[in-house]
Design a protein around this ligand. Structure first.
Ligand code: FES
Length: 162
């Protein structure tokens, strides 16, 4: 499980500078910032805009457009549960209901005990569904027990960070 670091402007500038010459640099920069800090700090917007010679509105628009970019420091861990067709056919909705009844999770409703469960629509692993994604790792062929184990591990990691 990844560990994020607190916002650091010098580190952010480094991450931005390293990627600013790339084709279509905006998304790699935003991903790098989110991977490092767990979110894209508002203070990064002006730095990115200057570095890529685009408007702040364009940077902000990109951050807003992609649901995956967080604008606040994470309050815990996130599990993205795939609820697209193939995973639904393999029991994703039952797993979502299981998370709500067993753990009190609110799907797409923010953090509960350090874990946020968000809906995803296809993680590209349809044949091995139902799937979930956590910290860039796909967990396939989930059943209530393996999902409980993942949920517990994410909750433990969130607790350890606080
Ligand atoms: S439908 Fe869930 S991974 Fe494709």
């Amino acid at each position: 499980m990844s560990v994020h670091v607190a916002w650091d402007e010098n580190l952010a500038r480094e991450l931005i500078h390293e990627r600013s010459g790339m084709e279509g640099a905006m998304l790699p920069i935003l991903h790098a910032l989110q991977n490092k800090f767990g979110y894209v700090d508002a203070r990064a917007v002006a730095i990115i805009a200057n570095s890529l010679n685009v408007s702040r509105a364009e940077v902000f628009g990109t951050i807003s457009f992609y649901h995956d970019f967080k604008r606040q420091p994470p309050m815990g861990g996130t599990i993205k549960l795939c609820r697209a067709e193939a995973c639904q056919a393999r029991g994703a909705e039952e797993l979502a209901a299981h998370l709500e009844t067993t753990h009190g999770a609110k799907i797409d409703g923010g953090y509960h005990k350090g874990v946020s469960v968000e809906t995803a629509y296809c993680l590209g692993n349809c044949a091995l569904g139902p799937n979930a994604l956590h910290d860039g790792e796909i967990y396939g062929a989930l059943d209530p027990q393996s999902l409980d184990e993942l949920y517990a591990a994410v909750a433990r990691a969130a607790g350890a960070r606080q």
